[in-house]
Ligand binder design. Structure first.
Ligand SMILES: [Zn+2]
Length: 454
């Protein structure tokens, strides 16, 4: 009998000990992925909870002494709940006026509480995570100041607009392609200067492969994700793009394939010269375009260029215009199609190649199909590119003046003979350079708008 009582005593003590230890076991791990800092008119909430035997999960928003339930495991409402592996749950939903009807601008706190069962379900352990956020419910405003926007298909345009508050991100949306705006105080062509801090300038393009009816609008977006939009009056002019056929000769294939593959690790094609050429002309062309586009984010926020027009390379013969649609033919068979997004200008071999305008060299190196290539930044997302050079005379980071020599023409990269491949970039997208050589175009699309705003 005494033994039995003793045994019961020991067992009770052990159970109590387990119960206490279990209480100190950790609760589920909680990760609040979104929002990071701001909640706007409609902001995604994303939470991940990891624990075996998750028993409960509750998300609330606390603001001005009130608590609004956003989610609970027993009543998920409109939330998207996903199992991510055996012991991980992801919850996503929107926070906004719909889920929190009396949401107000100002500080708020997200509180996430999760619990799990331990010791065969005898006890529950809980953990809590919080995130302090700022609620912003006022949409930023954007209004277009400039008038008469005329866009050549494949070409560029500029818009002047006003945003408020002045510290929001803004620009132009052409379909789903975004072009950032820059403070208009950085626009100083012809001494024209706009000092109003709310005024912005954005260069944008209607790309050769975008539909002519693509919507074009100015936008402003704050840190909470609130977006304001404004229409701009514009007209699109169609530009017929040429079609051409390029005959591929074995001698050409052997030369360019070997030279390009020696200088790149971006592609490693197998097979004969034609098979390798097709990888270079497709996959490497695409990778090179991505690399070129990546320099957009290094652009200066102000205009670096001087004078009215860009240097037009008038002493050269145009061999190929912008956005030529090229069909490649090998031994009588069509083997590939690509669009040529630049101008090919031929003069004599080893012609000095000069910068089209003042700017900063961002790239001066070998680049796949472009061979020896130089990219010059003229500011506000406007850049120029010079390819197939035989030699390069400049270095990245260097400022160059208008008509300063960048190098000499050549036939490096994917070039059939000595020529300059020249193109213009607007926020990393290849656009028709011809417009930038035209004083009338610069006057109407850029100077007129800056003058009437200032
Ligand atoms: Zn070319």
């Amino acid at each position: 009998m005494r033994y039995l009582l003793g045994l019961i005593f020991v067992l009770t003590l052990a159970a109590g000990g387990v119960f206490l230890v279990a209480g100190r076991m950790s609760g589920p791990s909680i990760e609040i992925a979104k929002p990071e800092k701001f909640v706007g008119v409609s902001t995604p909430l994303e939470i991940a909870v990891a624990a075996p035997l998750l028993a409960g999960l509750r998300v609330v928003l606390q603001q001005n002494g009130k608590e609004t339930p956003l989610f609970s495991l027993s009543d998920p409402k409109g939330a998207n709940v996903r199992q991510d592996g055996a012991d991980r749950l992801r919850v996503s939903q929107e926070i906004g006026r719909k889920t929190v009807p009396d949401l107000q601008s100002g500080p708020a706190r997200l509180v996430v509480t999760a619990s799990r069962k331990v010791v065969y379900g005898i006890r529950t352990v809980e953990s809590t995570a919080t995130r302090d956020v700022q609620v912003r419910l006022e949409r930023p405003r954007v209004s277009v100041i400039s008038t008469f926007h005329f866009i050549n298909h494949g070409g560029s345009e500029m818009v002047v607009y006003r945003v408020s508050p002045a510290d929001v991100q803004s620009g132009v949306l052409v379909g789903d392609v975004e072009y950032p705006g820059y403070p208009a105080s950085g626009a100083t062509v012809e001494g024209v200067r706009i000092s109003d801090p709310a005024v912005r300038v954005a260069f944008f393009a209607l790309l050769h492969d975008q539909d002519r009816n693509t919507p074009i609008r100015a936008f402003a977006r704050d840190e909470a994700g609130n977006t304001g939009r404004a229409d701009l009056d514009f007209r699109v002019f169609p530009k017929p793009f040429k079609r051409s056929r390029i005959q591929l000769e074995d001698r050409f294939l052997d030369r360019v394939v070997r030279a390009i593959l020696e200088g790149t690790t971006d592609v490693r094609p197998e097979g004969d010269a034609l098979a390798k050429f097709l990888v270079i002309n497709g996959e490497l062309r695409r990778k090179n375009a991505e690399k070129i586009a990546s320099f957009a984010k290094q652009t200066a926020p102000e205009m670096l260029w001087r004078g009215i027009v860009f240097h037009p390379f008038t002493n050269t013969a145009v061999e190929s215009a912008f956005a030529d649609h090229r069909t490649y033919v090998y031994k009588g068979k069509e083997v590939d199609q690509q669009t040529h997004l630049g101008f090919d200008l031929a003069s004599f071999a080893g012609t000095p190649i000069v910068s089209a305008n003042r700017g900063k060299v961002l790239f001066a190196d070998e680049l796949g199909i472009y061979g020896n290539c130089v990219i010059v930044d003229h500011g506000m997302g406007v850049q120029s590119l010079y390819a197939h050079l035989s030699s390069i005379d400049v270095q990245p980071g260097q400022m160059v003046d208008k008509t300063q020599q960048l190098g000499r023409s050549g036939m490096t990269g994917l070039a059939g003979g000595d020529h300059l491949h020249f193109t213009f970039l607007v926020n990393g997208r290849m656009v028709n350079p011809v417009e930038w050589w035209d004083a009338h175009w610069i006057e109407d699309r850029i100077l007129r708008k800056l003058r009437t705003t200032s």
